[in-house]
Design a binder for this molecule. Structure first.
Ligand SMILES: *Cc1c(COP(=O)(O)O)cnc(C)c1O
Length: 443
């Protein structure tokens, strides 16, 4: 594969460098303090798995802009599709003057989403917007109100999706009141659940809560991330998700898989729910769907997707033709460049490098995830007390050396790996080597 930027890290000034510092000063004056940044440097160019800042420093990208540039930063196929479509039309609006690539993309999405039944799709701009609309569709279809979500869940920052999100700070603190009829159920979190608790037992615990506290006949939708993202890259125990799908179907409840982060090849399958052998009624997709263009989708059973009256669902910018073209090119690149296999290669490499640390250092609690959605949970010792201080030190050390890691977890004690699928083994080894050294140093 050819790249514009040499695929290596390179630190040529202090981080942040002088030009970044100058921009940061203007930012402090003009940009709302509500916006945070992991990296103190300002990026000028991104290519493949490398970010280059305004001072010429290059960082290995283990974040992909929160799992968005899965196909690679500035993927040539995607860039070309964006340029050509923009030259033909910068905006078309599906409710006023329709256009073909909206149909093309919905067709393609229904083909790659799990489920052996007729499917339809609808397009939006952000992950939160897809979640909001999945709720609208499920409520309209069932005539019910209650929405069941889970501990450690993240579903977005709008009012309804804040209610659906689990963690108070920074997502909800002071932003209430929140939308009603959202109920939080226990998750399956193998590392922190009682030892030996099976997926089926964890599901029974969840179902008992729904039956006793909400009542199955009141529930419009059960909404879950099949691999919990912001909450800590938690993989539920085997059997947990299938048991919930079965319960949903016995009770006329719409089962929604929120794959905004875990979908679109990130875990080595088109959608993460394939790993659990489940067929969700609705899937929400965003992040990795369009190589960086703002686009999201709800895809699912045709009869559920048709529940809303015409005009009930949509938005001015929803399914913008440039974003659609980018998504179609992104999906083509996933297929032609066999990027699902690359996700599995990345998982193997991460496990090979990090898993030995679990036995070696008691601060390394667990290495987990699927494909190119992996993480390491850091603790203080055998009692598994979360260690967010260590995570902060390690990530800061790596940044100074040219490796960008993102963190996550309800307790802020998880380092997550979301590299673009085009990252080479050499870059993975180099970046993870820096991480391992930093963990050893601060352990
Ligand atoms: C990021 C995310 C969202 C929200 O997406 P936005 O585009 O930020 O609104 C929803 N669900 C999951 C699982 C996410 O990771």
């Amino acid at each position: 594969m050819e790249f514009r930027l040499e695929q290596k890290r390179q630190i040529v000034t202090e981080v942040p460098g002088p030009k970044s510092k100058e921009i940061a000063e203007r930012r402090a004056k003009y940009v709302s303090a509500s916006v945070g940044s992991a990296l103190p440097s300002y990026i000028e160019q991104a290519d493949g798995a490398v970010l280059r800042d305004v001072d010429g420093n290059q960082f290995i990208d283990f974040g992909s802009g929160i799992g968005v540039t899965t196909v690679g930063n500035s993927s040539p196929k995607v860039v070309k599709a964006i340029q050509e479509t923009a030259a033909a039309n910068t905006h078309l609006q599906i409710n006023t003057a329709p256009y073909e690539n909206y149909v093309d993309l919905c067709q393609k999405l229904t083909e790659i989403t799990p489920g052996d039944f007729d499917k339809k799709a609808v397009l939006f701009n952000s992950g939160a917007e897809a979640l909001e609309n999945a709720v609208k569709i499920a409520r309209k279809h069932t005539g019910r109100n209650a929405i069941v979500v889970f501990e450690h869940a993240f579903h977005g920052r709008t009012n309804l999706t804040m209610a659906m999100t689990s963690k108070n700070a920074p997502y909800k603190d002071g932003f209430g009141p929140f939308a009603p009829e959202v109920y939080r159920a226990p998750l399956s979190y193998p590392y922190r659940d009682a030892e030996g608790l099976t997926g089926a037992q964890a599901a029974a615990r969840t179902i008992d809560m729904i039956d006793k506290q909400v009542g199955a006949k009141n529930v419009a939708a059960i909404i879950i991330e099949p691999l919990v993202g912001e909450g800590g890259f938690i993989v539920p125990a085997e059997g947990f998700l299938p048991a919930l799908v079965e319960y949903a179907h016995e009770n006329g409840i719409v089962f929604v898989s929120d794959e905004v982060q875990a979908g679109m090849c990130r875990t080595g399958k088109w959608f993460c729910s394939e790993w659990d052998g489940i067929e969700p009624d609705l899937v929400t997709s965003a992040k990795g769907i369009a190589g960086g263009m703002p686009l999201s989708a709800v895809i699912g059973r045709a009869e559920i997707m048709d529940a809303s009256h015409p005009g009930g669902i949509g938005g001015t910018y929803s399914g913008n033709p440039i974003a659609n073209a980018a998504a179609l090119a992104t999906i083509e690149a996933y297929e032609e460049e066999h990027l699902r296999d690359e996700a599995l290669r990345i998982e193997q490499k991460i496990r090979e490098i990090l898993e030995p640390l679990v036995a070696e250092l008691d601060v390394v609690g667990e290495v987990r995830g699927r494909g190119a959605m992996m993480a390491v949970e850091l603790v203080t010792g055998a009692d598994k007390t979360p260690n967010p201080e260590l995570v902060k030190k390690v990530v800061a050390d790596a940044l100074a050396q040219g490796v960008l890691f993102l963190t996550c977890g309800t307790y802020g004690n998880v380092v997550r790996f979301l590299p673009p699928l085009v990252i080479s083994d050499e870059l993975l080894e180099d970046g993870l080597g820096v991480l391992v050294e930093a963990i050893r140093k601060h352990a």
